[in-house]
Design a protein. Structure first.
Ligand SMILES: *Cc1c(COP(=O)(O)O)cnc(C)c1O
Length: 393
């Protein structure tokens, strides 16, 4: 797929398309069939052994799911891609494929909540030593990687404080010790950030977010070298966390407008972050595109756009959040992110609800923090909405 010369949006529309035949579907058909018939036993045998292309059983491969994987590897510039029922399935299947008892893994502390649980709860149970480092302490991450590890797991920008991790710098050190570098690229997408070009080996996604982009399908994708992706696929085949054809169709449809949508998310994110930054009811704003952001220089180096995700805290406590959120008319107060419609959620009741106030404080998460996933609405309307909501506080 890497030799496809076309530009991004062209590949998004055409990479998963087979050579034309007369009267073919223009939209990818949704194949609900669980199983696919063979009447020639030799052909069945060849397909079963991967000597001939074809589909046998939808837990393994499916004619709607496969074009999504082909399109994703083209967009990411990877040799191969494999899909999953959810983002967490992509992450867990990848880690369980690559790690064995006795291995050591290094990761940042600010990974997605579910990923963090894998490092803290499930991998230690299978005797994998997991070293979680302060996300922005690159010196310590380098030091821990140099002690030796099987893989380095990164995510950038992070949730909910939009911390930016220097992929190129850390990948270089990981490769010195022969470790694989995995990056969760869900927040940025490959429109804004291409970890493989920065030295990462594997890029993975919750396709539930920007890739689908409409809050109507869940999925996960892993992109990387064929040898590794094939091993992850083999694990998934047996583990069974397969993407459904319906969801594959919706994600594939989402990819067709990904570049367009990300351009608008980037513009809206930047404008809203700047508006909030200058507002007197707002305490802090976290957005990689603001020059005041802790790692704005790294973000500028490795990102082509800063995305639609931001968070901000209000002067005062959680009562202020309770007042503001119901007052906004163009923001769903709901979990998740990366949709065409704006979504907001305070980490205190979403991602970090299980922690105590002290634990949130130790992680630098203010009680009055609100995560804002800017949609693709008209940005003036979104700003007016926030203006009205904040004025009422
Ligand atoms: C949502 C999310 C996940 C998990 O994806 P699901 O599709 O909900 O399983 C993983 N990583 C990041 C960064 C996410 O935002």
């Amino acid at each position: 797929m890497t030799d496809d010369p076309k530009n991004f949006s062209t590949r998004a529309l055409w990479a998963g398309h087979l050579p034309p035949v007369a009267g073919e579907d223009v939209a990818t058909p949704i194949h609900h069939s669980v199983t696919f018939g063979y009447y020639d036993m030799d052909e069945w045998f060849d397909v079963a052994l991967d000597r001939k292309p074809g589909h046998i059983y939808s837990r393994n491969t499916n004619p709607t799911v496969r074009p999504l994987e082909v399109t994703m590897s083209s967009l990411e510039g990877s040799e191969e891609a494999v899909s999953f029922s959810t983002g967490m399935a992509a992450i867990s299947n990848t880690l369980y494929t690559l790690l064995e008892p006795g291995d050591r893994a290094v990761a940042i502390k600010d990974t997605y909540g579910g990923t963090n649980k894998i490092f803290l709860e499930f991998l230690p149970r299978m005797k994998v030593d997991c070293c979680l480092c302060d996300t922005l302490d690159f010196d310590t991450i380098e030091e821990e990687v140099r002690k030796g590890c099987k893989l380095l797991y990164l995510e950038t920008p992070t949730n909910p404080l939009l911390k930016v991790v220097d992929i190129e710098r850390l990948a270089r050190v990981a490769h010195e010790v022969g470790a694989l570098v995995i990056v969760d690229n869900t927040f940025a997408t490959m429109v804004n950030q291409r970890p493989l070009e920065l030295g990462a080996d594997i890029v993975l996604y919750s396709a539930t977010k920007y890739l689908n982009g409409h809050s109507d399908a869940m999925g996960g994708i892993v992109c990387g070298p064929r040898e590794i992706v094939d091993r992850v696929y083999h694990y998934r085949e047996i583990n069974g966390a397969t993407l459904h054809a319906n969801s594959a169709y919706l994600i594939l449809r989402g990819l067709k407008t990904l570049e367009l949508r990300m351009q608008r998310h980037n513009e809206n994110g930047q404008r809203i972050a700047e508006f909030l930054h200058d507002h007197d009811k707002v305490d802090q704003v976290f957005y990689p595109g603001l020059p005041a952001h802790t790692n704005h220089d790294v973000a500028r180096k490795q990102m082509d756009g800063f995305g639609g995700m931001l968070s901000f805290s209000l002067h005062g406590d959680f009562d202020q959040v309770k007042q503001l959120v119901p007052n906004l008319t163009h923001a769903h107060a709901a979990a998740s992110l990366g949709s065409v419609a704006t979504l907001i959620g305070p980490p205190r009741v979403t991602s970090h609800v299980e922690l105590t106030m002290e634990e949130r404080k130790a992680m630098g998460i203010p009680e009055s923090l609100i995560r804002y996933s800017a949609g693709v609405e008209n940005v003036d309307d979104l700003i007016d909405d926030l203006k009205r909501g904040l004025a009422a506080l």
